[in-house]
Each structure stands twice: as structure tokens, then as C-alpha cells.
Design a protein around this ligand. Structure first.
Ligand SMILES: *[C@@H]1O[C@H](CO)[C@@H](O)[C@H](O)[C@H]1NC(C)=O
Ligand SMILES: *[C@@H]1O[C@H](CO)[C@@H](O)[C@H](O)[C@H]1NC(C)=O
Ligand SMILES: *[C@@H]1O[C@H](CO)[C@@H](O)[C@H](O)[C@H]1NC(C)=O
Ligand SMILES: *[C@@H]1O[C@H](CO)[C@@H](O)[C@H](O)[C@H]1NC(C)=O
Ligand SMILES: *[C@@H]1O[C@H](CO)[C@@H](O)[C@H](O)[C@H]1NC(C)=O
Ligand SMILES: *[C@@H]1O[C@H](CO)[C@@H](O)[C@H](O)[C@H]1NC(C)=O
Length: 579
């Protein structure tokens, strides 16, 4: 048996040989390129010494970044605060760093908004959220870690509301507003990350704080009339057994009728609620959809919701500590999240930075009401340039085709697949319930009937390195089951990094719909959206050969049935001003 690692390599060679013989096979797509006068700006190279820095995913110029904090829009300016260690590329003591933007794509760094200064936050100004008080006055609630390393919740407000950049923030003299005491039975090490607050029918504010009791994860509820004096409710808004600490909860309404965003205090008929928690034990952002009654202050997940790590996730790869905000200017709800490194601490120290933010995503409730859908904010498309299109094409099993003519290390690719002869799909063993496990066992090199087919991104010319983002279709009990995978196992010749393969099931019926895939490629990020954003997978990769101009993009089919590709468009992405 051929060594699996050489199979695609071989396939590429066969395709090449066929193309030499028959004049086709390896397709150098050059058709329908659009004229663009900004080409000079497009390939501003990241330094060769910094091949993994991003060109359009937000990151500070250096040091450690993790959670996004208090995203908002104020007087037409978008604000992003984030957990930042000004002292180096390791976690350390956090401050709220601050950047502003008019388009969510290009960012201007501002001075940190909240720094450690008082007994109650001297060991760290941790995550939190922004709420708009009456008169459209933004207020930050954040977690402070005090001298005794206890967590409590604090308030900060802008010094000058006429300044659209909100440069200066003032801490409340009454801080901490919510403390853990012996009386309330809250563990002082598990009491953090206040959400955006909302108003109930009684006019009082509500906010939740992430916590746990033993192994029970919980969202503690507090109420207030004036946003300063808070009282803990008798019962948490929600809790779930055996889920461990809930970090960075997020609680917000979604419309069950139209795919627009809602203000955080909206409720009523045709409104559902989403509770997202970041599971400290597994480092996954997990959510449920349900109903919230502001008279009883209870959130009840819909029947059938899975309240554990195997339930619904925003993203089935690296994606943590996320937070949404309502963009009142464009009536949409936007999701931010931290994408962690997959390399060693030593490597973070060597490169001088750690952590990036995912491209902000618009999110809404799917027509089925059973899951959310996410899509990169439309503004990111203004970075697209140098479009190449593949004409409608049938791709035989065992083919690897190059898509050339774009900067493959900095690109946006949209492709859809059409499969005939579905009845030939392999059967899904009912015990294969874990999609990540299934993707690890059936990587890009494992031939099937319908799939694997998809993209090879961040690939070196000889396919010594590539990240495979692909689909497989199985015959399930009474329907077809689509699996989406992001296989990092050959993403780098450097074997010291985390190259875990990720996977998700995709709720698309291949009898009725095309299978679509969009992948945002940005040097060390591969951020993929399957089925128009029904399942998303983000990966970090650190290739040695597939850097800058040494990077290639391929479309492949390693199943034994042909697959139609009605549409493929790819763009080079211009560099954004990301700080
Ligand atoms: C507040 O901000 C506005 C707009 O930037 C500025 O004109 C004004 O001088 C500021 N006021 C103070 C007291 O700094
Ligand atoms: C409080 O939480 C911390 C962190 O999870 C844990 O180590 C500690 O044992 C907990 N203390 C109590 C009294 O439960
Ligand atoms: C909320 O709960 C109260 C008390 O159980 C009930 O009377 C009311 O109908 C509920 N409201 C909604 C909108 O379900
Ligand atoms: C971030 O990555 C490091 C190193 O791979 C890992 O130890 C840590 O658990 C990760 N944290 C999250 C939140 O993903
Ligand atoms: C390989 O990865 C390790 C761990 O991240 C890193 O320390 C090392 O520098 C990398 N080697 C190369 C050649 O980049
Ligand atoms: C296609 O692949 C499946 C394995 O997934 C295999 O059972 C089947 O025999 C193959 N068919 C052909 C014609 O090679």
C-alpha cells in the first residue's frame, strides 16, 4: 500500500501528466479577471521573519491578546476593546486595550481604556461588556481581580460623551459593584465576565455573570434599578450539570421571523433567545436556543437542546471567548471571537505576539429555528481584488486542480459543489456520532465514494504541506449526512505544533441544495464557512514552505465519484490597517 502521505502528491503528478498528454487536468484559472487599479496595494508582504502575522484579521502590533471585550458602535465609530498584556506575548496581567474603526476592517489603535489601578483590579482588568444606558450613554462592566486574587464586577463610564473615540474612561467610586462574599456562597475564583445588560418589563436592569458550583456551570443573575446598586437574584438565569466553569456568557435575542439583529433588551412574540457559554474545560464556545421569560427571569432551552460540549457550537475549530453586539446602524448582530495560537509558548515568545480575532461575523437564526447562521461581515469584501472564476466544471475522482492567479496566502475563496448519484454514498455507521473523530479517521487522503472533495489551502507547490477543507456525504438512517472537515495533519513540515483535525456535521440536504464552502485564508488562519454559514471551522497553521509566494490553492476530489463545481470564485485580499 502506498504511504498515505504520498497519495495526493501522486494524484497531483497524475493530474499533471494527464494535462501534458491531453492538454487539460491542471487548470491554471486565469479567466474573467477584473481590472483593478489598486494592484500595487494588494501584495504588501508581511515580513519574511513574520510569516504568520495576519493581513486582515485583527491583531495588535505585538504582545498577548485574548478575549474581545465590549464591542459597540457609538456616534458612527466601531469600538473594539480586548484583553491585552502590554508586557509581552504571554498571558500576564490584563488591561483593556482599545481600537476604533469606521468599517470594522481598518482599525486605529487608541490608548488602553481600562488599566490596573485600584485594589479591586490590581491583578487584572478582565473581560466584560458594554451596555447603553438611557440617553445612549455607554457603560462598561468588567471583572477586576483584587489584591487577594478575588474576582468582582466593576463599572467604568466615558469621561467625555462628546468624544466619539471615547478615549478616557472613569471607574466608579462605588466599585466593586458585585463582590463575592462568604454570605452569597460564590467562589471568588469563579465569578467573572459580565454580559451586556438588558431591561425587563419591570424597567430594571439584568446582567449575568459566569460561574460554577462544583461541576455545575451557571449564569448568575443580578438586577439593578440604577446600574450601580445590584442585587443577586435567588436563582441563576440558567445552569447545567457537569459542564464546569462558564466563561464569557453571552445572552441575546434573535428574530424568529427575519434575519436581522435585535437590541439586547428586545423580547416578545417571534423572539427567541440564545445563551452562549465558553466552556473553560474544553475551550469551546457552545450555545443553545430557547425562550426567556422576563417575569420569571428563567431561560429555558428548546426541547432537544444538547447542553454540553457535544451540542451546537459557533465554530468547530479554534474560536473562544466570543461576544456579540447589536449594530444599531445596520440592524445586525455581530460576533467577535479570539482565535488562539496552536504553537508553543516558546514560539509565541520568539515571534513576539500571540492571538488574533476572527473576522467579525453577522449572525441570525436559521429558518429551521434550530441553529444560528454566521457570515463574514459584508465590509470585508471591499478587500477583495484580482478575481478569478472557474467555469462550470466536472471534477473526476482523484483530481487535484490548481487555482492560480491570486495571492493564495491572503485570499477569499467561494466554491459550490453539486453531487449526482447520491445513492452511491457510503453508509454512515450509527456509532460515528463525533464529527471531529470521524474527520480525524477519514482525513483528506482516505478515499470514499462521495468525497472527500473540497479545497487544499496554504499548500506548497509539491503538496508537501496543505490544509484540506472538505466535505463527505454519507447515507444516514433516513437522510443524507454531510460531514465538513478541516484537516491540518499535513499543514506544516514542523511537527511541533498542534495539528488537530476538526469536524462538524452540516445541516444541508444534498438532494435539494448545492454544498457551498467559503474559506478566508490569511497566512496562519484558515476560517471556513460551510453551507452558507451553518457550520464554521477555524484553524491555525504554521507552514514552512507554503508561506507568501510559495503558497498555492487547489481544488480536489479524492472520492471515486465525479463532483460538479458549478461555481468557484477566488480573490486576493488587500492588506487591511489592522493596527
Ligand atoms: C470632549 O470631546 C470633544 C470632542 O472631541 C472636544 O471638542 C471637547 O473639548 C472635549 N471636552 C473636554 C472637557 O475634554
Ligand atoms: C473555587 O474555584 C477554584 C477554581 O476553579 C477551585 O480551585 C477551588 O477549589 C474552588 N473553591 C471552593 C471552595 O469551591
Ligand atoms: C412568564 O411567566 C409567567 C409566570 O409563570 C406567566 O404568567 C407568563 O405567561 C409568562 N410569559 C410568557 C410570555 O410566556
Ligand atoms: C490556547 O493554546 C494553548 C497552546 O496551544 C493551549 O494550551 C490553551 O489551552 C489554548 N486556550 C484556548 C482558550 O484555546
Ligand atoms: C516549529 O514549531 C516550534 C513550536 O511552535 C517552534 O518553536 C519552532 O521554532 C518551529 N520551527 C521552525 C523551523 O519554524
Ligand atoms: C467507491 O468507494 C467505495 C468506498 O468508499 C467503495 O466501496 C466502492 O467500491 C468504490 N467504487 C468504485 C467504482 O471504485
Amino acid at each position: 500500500m502506498a504511504r498515505p502521505s504520498s497519495l495526493l502528491h501522486l494524484l497531483a503528478r497524475i493530474a499533471l501528466a494527464v494535462s501534458v498528454l491531453l492538454g487539460h487536468g491542471v487548470l491554471h484559472v486565469r479567466g474573467s479577471r477584473r481590472v483593478n487599479w489598486n494592484l500595487q496595494n494588494t501584495v504588501e508582504s508581511t515580513s519574511v521573519l513574520q510569516p504568520y502575522r495576519t493581513s486582515y484579521h485583527f491583531q495588535p502590533s505585538k504582545n498577548w491578546m485574548n478575549d474581545p471585550n465590549g464591542p459597540m458602535i457609538y456616534k458612527g465609530i466601531y469600538h473594539l476593546f480586548y484583553q491585552y498584556n502590554p508586557q509581552g506575548p504571554v498571558p500576564g496581567h490584563k488591561v483593556w486595550a482599545h481600537s476604533t474603526s469606521t468599517d470594522l476592517v481598518n482599525w486605529t489603535p487608541q490608548v488602553p481604556a481600562i488599566v490596573r489601578s485600584q485594589d479591586y483590579d490590581i491583578n487584572g482588568c478582565w473581560s466584560g461588556s458594554v451596555t447603553f444606558l438611557p440617553g445612549h450613554r455607554p457603560a462598561i462592566l468588567y471583572t477586576g481581580v483584587n489584591l487577594q486574587h478575588q474576582q468582582g464586577q466593576n463599572l467604568a463610564v466615558p469621561k467625555n460623551l462628546s468624544d466619539p473615540y471615547l478615549i478616557e474612561w472613569v471607574k466608579s467610586p462605588l466599585n466593586p459593584l458585585m463582590a463575592s462574599t462568604a454570605a452569597n456562597g460564590i467562589n471568588a475564583s469563579s465569578f467573572r465576565d459580565p454580559t451586556t445588560a438588558w431591561v425587563g418589563r419591570d424597567g430594571r436592569w439584568r446582567v449575568i455573570i459566569g460561574s460554577k458550583r462544583d461541576r455545575m456551570g451557571m449564569a448568575l443573575l443580578y438586577r439593578s434599578k440604577d446600574f450601580v446598586h445590584w442585587t443577586q437574584a435567588q436563582r441563576p438565569l440558567h445552569s447545567a450539570e457537569n459542564t464546569g466553569m462558564w466563561e464569557c456568557p453571552d445572552f441575546f435575542p434573535v428574530s424568529a421571523q427575519v434575519p436581522v439583529g435585535l437590541d439586547t433588551s428586545s423580547n416578545g412574540p417571534n423572539v427567541k433567545h440564545v445563551l452562549k457559554v465558553s466552556l473553560d474545560d474544553t475551550k469551546h464556545d457552545h450555545y443553545t436556543i430557547g425562550t426567556y421569560n422576563s417575569s420569571t427571569d428563567k431561560y429555558v432551552p428548546d426541547e432537544g437542546s444538547v447542553e454540553s460540549d457535544s451540542g451546537l457550537r459557533y465554530d468547530y475549530g479554534k474560536f473562544y471567548a466570543s461576544k456579540t453586539f447589536f449594530d444599531s446602524k445596520n440592524n445586525r448582530r455581530i460576533l467577535w471571537a479570539w482565535i488562539n495560537e496552536s504553537s508553543s509558548v516558546d514560539n509565541d515568545i520568539k515571534k513576539g505576539w500571540s492571538g488574533v480575532q476572527a473576522i467579525p461575523r453577522t449572525l441570525w437564526l436559521d429558518k429551521s429555528g434550530k441553529q444560528l447562521v454566521q457570515w463574514p461581515i459584508v465590509e470585508i469584501e471591499k478587500l477583495r481584488t484580482n478575481q478569478v472564476d472557474l467555469p462550470n466544471k466536472l471534477i473526476k475522482g482523484g483530481t487535484v486542480l490548481e487555482v492560480s492567479g491570486i495571492t493564495a496566502a491572503q485570499a477569499d475563496v467561494v466554491v459550490s459543489f453539486k453531487v449526482k448519484e447520491l445513492e452511491r454514498a457510503d453508509s454512515l455507521d450509527p456509532t460515528w456520532s463525533d464529527p471531529q473523530m470521524l474527520c480525524s479517521r477519514k482525513g483528506a487522503l482516505v478515499k470514499g465514494s462521495l468525497g472527500p472533495f473540497g479545497l487544499l489551502v496554504m499548500a506548497s507547490k509539491g503538496l508537501q504541506e496543505y490544509t484540506a477543507v472538505f466535505f463527505r456525504i454519507f447515507k444516514g438512517q433516513n437522510k443524507y449526512v454531510v460531514l465538513m472537515c478541516s484537516d491540518q495533519s499535513r499543514s506544516s513540515l514542523n511537527h511541533s505544533n498542534d495539528k488537530t483535525t476538526y469536524g462538524a456535521f452540516l445541516d444541508v440536504d444534498p438532494l435539494q441544495e448545492k454544498l457551498s464552502l467559503r474559506t478566508l485564508i490569511d497566512h496562519s488562519i484558515v476560517e471556513s464557512f460551510g453551507g452558507g454559514g451553518k457550520s464554521c471551522i477555524t484553524a491555525r497553521v504554521y507552514p514552512l514552505l507554503a508561506v507568501e509566494d510559495g503558497t498555492h490553492l487547489y481544488i480536489f476530489n479524492n472520492g471515486n465519484q465525479s463532483v460538479g463545481v458549478p461555481k468557484l470564485s477566488a480573490w486576493s485580499m488587500k492588506k487591511a490597517r489592522i493596527n
